[in-house]
Design a protein around this ligand. Sequence first.
Ligand code: NAD
Length: 284
Amino acid sequence: MATIIDGKAVSAAIREEIAKEVETFKAQTGVTPGLAVIIVGEDPASTVYVRNKHKACLDVGMFSEVRRMKEETTEEELLAVIDEMNRDDKLHGILVQLPLPKHIDEKKVIRAISASKDVDAFHPENVGKIMIGDYDLLPCTPAGVMALLDYYKVEIQGKECVVIGRSNIVGKPQALLLLERNGTVTVCHSRTKNLSEVTRRADILVAAVGRPRFVTADMVKEGAVVIDVGINRDENGRLVGDVDFEAVEKKASAITPVPGGVGPMTITMLLKNTLTAARVALKK
Ligand code: NAD
C-alpha cells in the first residue's frame, strides 16, 4: 500500500512556520505583509477560493484585502484598480482571480500587475525568471507539489519525472521546477502518442489534465510516486482527481489524495509568495 501524501497536514505545518515568520517580519519592520485579491463577477467556485485565500491570510497574521467587482466591470476599470494597488505600500501581493469574464483580456490584466507583486507568478517577467532559475516568486500549484515532494523526502535528482499537461499554470512550470532539481523530465499532452508507455517510465508522475480518473493503474510503474493535481467532478458530482486513486494506490509507493493532497498546498504557497514579496520589497 502506498504512503498517502497528506497535503492538509503538510500545509498546516508550513502555515504554522509562515505565521511565525510573519510575526518576526512585523517585529523587525513594523510592516504587515499584505495581499489583495480581486474578483470580478460571482462565479461560485471562484467565490469560495477567494474566501479561503482571505481567511488563510488572516490566519497567518497577514493583511488581506478582497476587492469584489461586478461582472460588467470594464477592462479599463479593472486595470485602474490594479494600477492603484501597484502603488499601494500596504499591498505586497496582488492576485486577480481567474477566469475573468470573456470581455476582459486576461493576458493584459496579468501583465498590468507589477511583477514584484505578482504572487501567482504568471507575469511574463516572472515566468522568464523561472526559466533561468533566478526567481523570487513561483506559481503556487507547482511550488506546492515541490513542497510536498520535499516534505516526504522524495528524491528528484536523476529520476524519471513525467508531467501530464502543459498549461502555463501547472504543467509547464512544474516541468521546469523538476528540471531545476535535476529530474529527467518528460512533458506529455493531448497530442502525445503512446501516453501510457511514457507514463510507465515515471518514477515521479504528475497529472495535471483536468479529466476525472484519467490515470489508470496500467499507466503507472510499480513503486512510482504519483501526484494528482486534478480537481474534477465525476459523473456523480463527487470531487475526484485526475488519477484513479483506488487502483493506482495499490501500485504506487506514494500518492496524493483528492481532496487533501495538492489542493491545500496552493493557498499555502500563495501565503509564502506574499511573505517573499514583502521581504523583497523591504529588502529583509
Ligand atoms: P488545462 O486544461 O489548462 O490543461 C490540461 C492539459 O492536459 C493540457 O496541457 C492538455 O494538453 C493535457 N491533456 C488534455 N487531454 C489529454 C490527454 N488525453 N492526454 C494527455 N494530456 C492531455 O488545465 P490546468 O489548468 O493545467 O489544470 C489541470 C487540472 O488541475 C484541472 O483539473 C484543474 O482543476 C486542476 N488544478 C488544480 C489546482 C490545485 O490547486 N490543486 C490548481 C490549478 C489547476
